[in-house]
Design a protein around this ligand. Structure first.
Ligand code: NAI
Ligand code: MG
Length: 353
């Protein structure tokens, strides 16, 4: 029996609703598998925790996370209690940085039964690999003067190490998928960092001759996500470009309530973190109508990452069939509540086994 230790951080808002429900699904999968058990170490770190303790997580919190195999997070943020920059930087971003989760991956896929805003979604299925540690989101820069003389300078930082490992990750992923990597660039406008990005992309591409490659300027690429999303397989992008593209990916899927994400640690020193794209959804807290699919798809990514691809595929099949049968929450145009969706998925998993 292999024991997998998972740090669970439900966080705020609907995170506290969907996370416990989706753990029931993980337990069902463990039962079906027979050879694995998931042990959860659940942490109350959230905005409520902050009000009580003055910090988002205890000082030994990071050390406790390090001792587990993965981090499973709901959502962080309750602007009524704590300003967003305090809660996000004190927990989510702190974990991403200190656990060296240098890559962010977000799949976007047409799911039958989810209405995409695109007229012809044509079964698109791609994944964005985003550099998660530097780039445009750097703390280098500053502001001087005020009024008419005000100056703000924000420097972007591109290291060979981070650029190369991100691009290489995209190629490795493409080898397991459809074999195409698209690079997001803007070397016609950003004349230092983006030509550098393009050079590294080309160098890495040369070592994967079997992978088809292309480079698109970010503006055109954004348009192609809408006009021909089915063309893409793996898209690799810098921090800012990836951030924008992944929201676009979630949007063309049809609901933010289903979009998953993973923050990947590559050096094996610290655990990776799995979290849905959506936030704490303050407008629907306590109503029981939150869509659990984003969190569940996130769980599928965690299972795949931990080497339980078979369980991940089983879970994904149950998710797709459940949506296809019309058992879906209101954000997807259905009338089911969160628990009904979860129960239906668990029922399906039991049938497969
Ligand atoms: P949000 O994603 O929480 O909500 C945006 C809209 O989508 C709302 O109308 C909400 O009801 C709906 N929605 C989101 N998830 C849903 C689900 N699973 N099922 C059904 N409907 C869903 O974004 P918002 O309102 O901008 O942010 C709220 C709080 O969450 C803020 O404090 C923000 O900073 C935080 N946040 C945290 C994130 C994270 O932990 N990774 C990501 C995004 C926002
Ligand atoms: Mg974003």
């Amino acid at each position: 029996m292999s024991k997998i230790k998972i740090s669970v951080i439900p966080g705020d808002g609907i995170g506290q609703e969907v996370v416990p429900e989706t753990l029931k699904v993980l337990d069902t999968l463990a039962e079906i598998h027979g050879g694995v058990s998931f042990q959860y170490e659940t942490h109350p770190w959230s905005c409520e925790y902050y009000l009580e303790h003055g910090i988002m997580m205890p000082t030994d919190g990071m050390a406790r996370l390090h001792q587990t195999d993965a981090i499973y997070l709901g959502a962080v943020g309750n602007p009524k209690l704590v300003p967003d920059h305090v809660s996000l930087w004190g927990l989510l971003i702190k974990i991403r940085r200190e656990c060296e989760q240098v890559i962010n991956i977000r799949p976007a896929q047409y799911i039958e039964g989810v209405t995409s805003p695109l007229a012809e979604p044509n079964n698109f299925d791609f994944i964005v690999v985003r550099e998660n540690s530097e780039g445009e989101y750097s703390e280098v820069g500053g502001r001087i003067h005020s009024g008419e003389d005000a100056i703000a300078i924000q420097n972007a930082v591109f290291t060979r190490k981070a650029t190369e490992r991100t691009i290489r990750y995209a190629f490795e992923l493409a080898q397991k998928r459809k074999g195409r990597v698209t690079s997001a660039t803007k070397s016609n406008g950003i004349v230092h960092s983006m030509p550098f990005w393009d050079e590294v992309f080309q160098e890495v591409a040369n070592t994967y001759p079997e992978i088809e490659t292309e480079s698109n300027h970010i503006d055109a690429l954004a348009a192609f996500f809408v006009s021909k999303p089915q063309h893409f397989d793996v898209v690799v992008a810098s921090n800012l470009f990836g951030d924008i593209l992944t929201d676009l990916g979630a949007a063309i899927m049809g609901s933010i309530g289903i979009a998953p994400a993973a923050n990947i640690n590559l050096n094996g020193k610290y655990p990776s973190m799995f979290e849905p794209v959506h936030g704490s959804a303050p407008d629907i807290i306590g109503k029981g109508i939150a869509n659990p699919i984003g969190q569940l798809w996130t769980a599928k990514m965690m299972l795949d990452h931990l080497g339980f691809e078979e369980l991940g595929s089983m879970l994904f099949r149950a998710i797709k069939e459940t949506i296809g049968e019309g058992i879906k929450t209101r954000d997807l145009g259905g009338s089911a509540n969160m628990k009904e969706v979860i129960d239906h998925i668990i029922g399906k998993l039991r049938l497969y086994s």
